[in-house]
Write a protein that binds this ligand. Structure first.
Ligand SMILES: [Zn+2]
Length: 375
C-alpha cells in the first residue's frame, strides 16, 4: 500500500513520512478515527514506508524486495491481528493465522472495508469477532525472533477494541517491555473502549474523516462519477469512504430497478403481454426481498412523480436518470389515479410478503396499473 493510494489526509501523511525521515518512529501507536476514514490503509502504507529499503522520497519505492512483498501483504516482518470467530469452514476456535489468506484478499480488495464487511466476507453470520488471549501469545512469540528482512518487525492490530481483557493485558506486557526493533500499530474506531492502560502506552495518531473535497475527487477519479453524482454521494457519505462505496452500489441497483420499472409500466400501459411477461420473468427470478424492494421503489417513483406533477420541485429526490424518465412519466400520474396506483403497489407488496404466487401478483399489478395509467 502506498501513501498515494490513500484518499486525502495530506497533513497526516506528511507527518508520518517525516517521522520516518527523522528516525522518530514511536514503537507503539494508536491510529484512531471513524469508519471509512482510512486508518488501516494509512497504517499499512506507513509500515511499508518504514520497511522499504529502496530509494524513497515521500512514498515507498515500489521496487525493492520489501515493497514487492508488501504489495501482496506477505512481508515476513509484517504481522496482522484482527477479530475472528467460529465459522463452518474452519476448525473450532480458530485464530487469525487460520484466516490469513482471506484477510489478505479482503484488504487487497478494499482496505477501507468495514468490520461488518469483514464479518460477511468470512461468513461470520450474526456472530461478533473477537481478539483472544492466544493472539497476544502468538504475536509475543513471533516478535521474539529477529526480523527477517527489514530493520523492524511490525504488528498491525485492526479493530483493537475487539481484544478481550486477557488479550489486552497480555498485549500491555508487550507494550511495556517491547522486544527489540518492534513497532505496534493499533487501529481503533472507538479508542475509548480500549483498556486505558493500553491506550496510554500508545502514541495517538488521529485519523480525521476524509475532507469533502478529497472524497469528491476520489469518487470522480476512481469511480468515474460525474459532478452531480459525486456531489450527492459526498454530501451523504460525510467523509466515510466505505459509506460512499455503499451508496455507489445502491445507485447502481437503483439504475437497473429504474430500467425494470420503466419496462413494467410501459408493458402495462401498452397492453404488450409479450414484453410484460419478460419483465415479470426477470422479477420472478429474484428473491422475495428483491421483489419487495422493486415494489417499494415503484411506490417511491409514483410518489415522487406525483409531487413533480404538482410542480413542487423542492420535494424531489430523484437522480439524473430518474429525473429524465420522469419528464414524461409524471404526466401520467394524476389526482384521479394516484391513490389507486399507490394502493395497488402496496397490496402487491403485502401479497409478496405473504408468499402469494409472485408471477400472478405481478401480472395482476401490471394490468391494473396499465389501466390506471391509461385513464
Ligand atoms: Zn521499497
Amino acid at each position: 500500500m502506498f501513501f498515494n493510494e490513500i484518499i486525502g489526509q495530506a497533513a497526516l501523511k506528511k507527518r508520518l513520512v517525516q517521522s520516518v525521515k527523522d528516525g522518530r518512529v514511536s514503537h507503539s501507536q494508536l491510529f484512531f478515527g471513524p469508519e471509512g476514514a482510512g486508518a488501516l490503509p494509512l497504517a499499512i502504507a506507513y509500515a511499508q514506508y518504514i520497511s522499504c529499503t529502496g530509494e524513497k522520497n515521500d512514498d515507498s519505492c515500489g521496487q525493492c524486495p520489501g515493497c514487492l512483498k508488501y504489495s501482496k501483504l506477505i512481508h515476513p516482518d509484517l504481522h496482522f491481528i484482527f477479530p475472528v470467530n467460529n465459522v463452518p469452514s474452519k476448525k473450532e476456535d480458530p485464530s487469525c493465522d487460520d484466516f490469513l489468506a482471506e484477510w489478505r484478499s479482503f484488504v487487497l480488495q478494499n482496505p477501507y472495508a468495514s468490520l461488518n464487511d469483514w464479518y460477511s466476507f468470512i461468513e461470520l453470520e450474526n456472530k461478533q469477532g473477537l481478539i483472544k488471549e492466544k493472539e497476544s501469545l502468538a504475536i509475543t512469540k513471533k516478535l521474539s525472533f529477529k526480523s527477517f528482512e527489514s530493520d523492524f518487525k511490525i504488528a498491525i492490530i485492526w479493530m483493537s477494541e475487539k481484544m478481550n481483557e486477557t488479550a489486552s493485558n497480555k498485549l500491555l506486557k508487550l507494550l511495556e517491555e517491547p522486544p527489540d526493533k518492534t513497532i505496534f500499530l493499533l487501529i481503533a474506531e472507538n479508542p475509548e473502549t480500549l483498556l486505558p492502560t493500553v491506550r496510554s502506552r500508545c502514541f495517538p495518531v488521529k485519523v480525521p474523516r476524509i475532507a469533502d473535497e478529497d472524497l469528491k475527487d476520489a469518487l470522480k477519479s476512481r469511480h468515474q462519477l460525474d459532478e452531480a453524482q459525486s456531489n450527492t454521494i459526498t454530501r451523504l457519505a460525510m467523509g466515510n469512504y466505505t459509506k460512499a462505496l455503499e451508496l455507489i452500489h445502491e445507485d447502481e441497483d437503483n439504475g437497473s430497478r429504474l430500467e425494470v420499472f420503466r419496462e413494467f409500466m410501459l408493458a402495462g400501459y401498452s397492453e404488450d403481454i409479450e414484453s410484460g411477461l419478460k419483465v415479470i420473468d426477470t422479477l420472478n427470478s429474484m428473491t422475495r426481498e428483491k421483489q419487495k424492494a422493486f415494489l417499494e421503489y415503484g411506490l417511491k417513483m409514483i410518489r415522487e412523480n406525483a409531487v413533480k406533477h404538482f410542480n413542487d420541485n423542492r420535494l424531489n429526490f430523484l437522480n439524473p436518470a430518474e429525473e429524465k424518465f420522469s419528464i414524461k412519466f409524471s404526466t401520467y400520474i394524476k389526482n384521479s389515479n394516484l391513490a389507486q396506483l399507490t394502493d395497488e403497489f402496496n397490496k402487491a407488496c403485502r401479497d409478496i410478503e405473504r408468499n402469494a404466487n409472485s408471477k400472478i401478483v405481478l401480472l395482476d399489478l401490471m394490468l391494473k396499473t396499465g389501466g390506471l395509467l391509461r385513464q
